[in-house]
Design a protein around this ligand. Structure first.
Ligand code: HEC
Length: 446
């Protein structure tokens, strides 16, 4: 997205921090909403089909209630669905400014897809009301045969179109989430930026796992939202018959339970595929909190299956939301960690820009070796003691006067000492590798 790149100017480190908070906040609004829109559309389509083939009016009403309740109305769709993706795209354009990174392009595609998918989903929602009308007149009779024929044709056409539109909307929504996660993954791996084509990114194991994890979280939250809306919000929905409520409870509990049981599996796989540069202890803390809240949810859901009544559906929904927010915080933190070097570069550019504005002499924005060391090496290396890798004071002697060899090693680490695990490729640019090699060679005790 080069045109976006031209719009943004480098920001100070404080501003960048603020942008990270802003991104998290936007995610807190957007992800739960889009999750419930996805879940309710998928379930509505499913029960719509099942209800028609089994001629079960209860299921058809449920399908209509689902899509009607959770998509709220067009304006909510725009405020919670479309504006946030565009905001997110702009924030990322700023965070990844001049990083040669296609993440922003992915977000741009995701925004377009979301707009189109919302148009389909809201159309589905309106057409669904026609279906209900046609259904209630099912035994329509008239002496005039052509009218009866027309009526039957029209009711069939309306059903076909609404199902088709609903499916298109759902598919586009999944695609949009897929692109969103793809872009996020590209941003998380700045060292691979632009080396991978779009298919390689979308079908990479990381992105597929994230997509599955996103969708199961979305379904779990939708299950919680169903219970919340029917049994808690404003005292629950009044005037529905017991049989219908029993059906709703049964479906809500099942969906919330089975899908939230999948989340821990994906969460663990997710952690193992995070790039090393993205990990930090707070990421494990937030993952732990996500699991803890999910665990309480399992207990509430279990109690619901045992009791006649639906208790604590309000608490359940809030806890599921919290679990989701913790998981999102973890992801944004990972992004923060992975783009640390990029952030430093932006901060430097900002200083240069300010200096040139105030008329001071302009320094070229070089990344110094110490910055690279602090952000990319210090997790595993120190000068005077070993961490994951050997101490520099010990291992750098052999590189004395051989800067080139050291740079070559850093750019492409080889297995050396059997006492250590092999060093993972830190993914630096040649200029960064050279800067850090110089820095550590100059700094270690000879
Ligand atoms: C995830 C941990 C980790 C990170 C991050 C890491 N290293 Fe290493 N490093 C290791 C390990 C483990 C070894 C030992 C590898 C071996 O002996 O096979 C090692 C070995 C080395 C060596 C010794 C090579 C030799 O010939 O004995 C140097 C020099 C080095 N790392 C520099 C760096 C620099 C510079 C960075 C940052 C750009 C860095 N490392 C980042 C884990 C890491």
């Amino acid at each position: 997205m080069e045109f976006l790149d031209k719009f943004v100017i480098p920001q100070s480190l404080e501003h960048i921090k603020l942008l990270h908070y802003l991104a998290t906040l936007v995610l807190f609004l957007f992800v739960p909403f889009i999750s419930i829109v996805f879940g309710s559309t998928a379930l509505s389509l499913h029960f719509r089909k099942k209800g028609t083939s089994e001629s079960d009016k209860g299921l058809i009403y449920f399908a209509k209630d689902l899509i009607g309740m959770f998509t709220v109305n067009k304006n909510v769709g725009i405020v919670l669905g479309i504006i946030p993706v565009i905001t997110l795209m702009l924030i990322y354009a700023q965070l990844l400014h001049s990083a040669n990174n296609s993440a922003v392009t992915y977000l741009f595609i995701a925004s377009i897809l979301i707009i189109v998918s919302f148009i389909f989903i809201y159309t589905y929602r309106y057409l669904m009301s026609f279906d209900i009308i046609f259904n209630s007149l099912q035994n329509f009779e008239s002496d005039n045969k052509t009218i009866v024929n027309d009526f039957n044709k029209l009711s069939k056409a309306s059903r076909t179109i609404s199902l088709r539109v609903g499916h298109y909307g759902l598919i586009l929504l999944v695609l949009s989430i897929w692109f969103l996660l793809g872009g996020w993954n590209v941003a998380l791996h700045p060292e691979q930026a632009d080396k991978q084509g779009i298919f390689a990114v979308l079908f990479s194991l990381d992105v597929i796992i994230r997509l599955l994890s996103f969708l199961s979280f979305a379904m779990a939250l939708t299950g919680g939202a169903i219970l919340f809306r029917f049994f808690f919000w404003e005292g629950g929905i009044k005037g529905l018959d017991e049989k219908y409520l029993g059906l709703v409870k049964n479906i809500g509990v099942k969906i919330a339970f089975y899908f939230s049981a999948l989340i821990p599996i994906f969460l663990v796989i997710n952690l193992t595929i995070f790039p090393k540069a993205a990990l930090s202890s707070s990421i494990f803390i937030y993952s732990g909190l996500t699991l803890f809240f999910l665990f309480i949810c399992y207990n509430i859901l279990y109690a619901m299956t045992k009791n006649e009544k639906v208790n604590y559906s309000g608490v359940l929904f809030i806890l599921l939301l919290l679990a989701m927010c913790f998981s999102l915080t973890k992801d944004q933190l990972a992004m923060n960690n992975a783009t640390e070097l990029q952030t430093l570069k932006l901060g430097k550019k900002y200083e240069v820009m300010m200096a040139s504005l105030t008329g001071e002499t302009v320094k070229v924005p070089v990344i110094n070796g110490e910055d690279v060391f602090q952000t990319r090496c210090s997790a595993c290396h120190a000068f005077d003691y070993k961490i994951v890798g050997p101490s520099y004071n010990e291992s750098l002697k052999k590189y004395e006067g051989k800067l080139k060899d050291l740079v070559a090693f850093i750019l492409n680490p080889k297995k050396i000492n059997p006492d250590y695990i092999p060093m993972p490729n830190p993914g630096l640019k040649p200029s960064e590798a050279k800067a850090v090699a110089k820095y550590i060679l100059d700094t270690y005790k000879k």
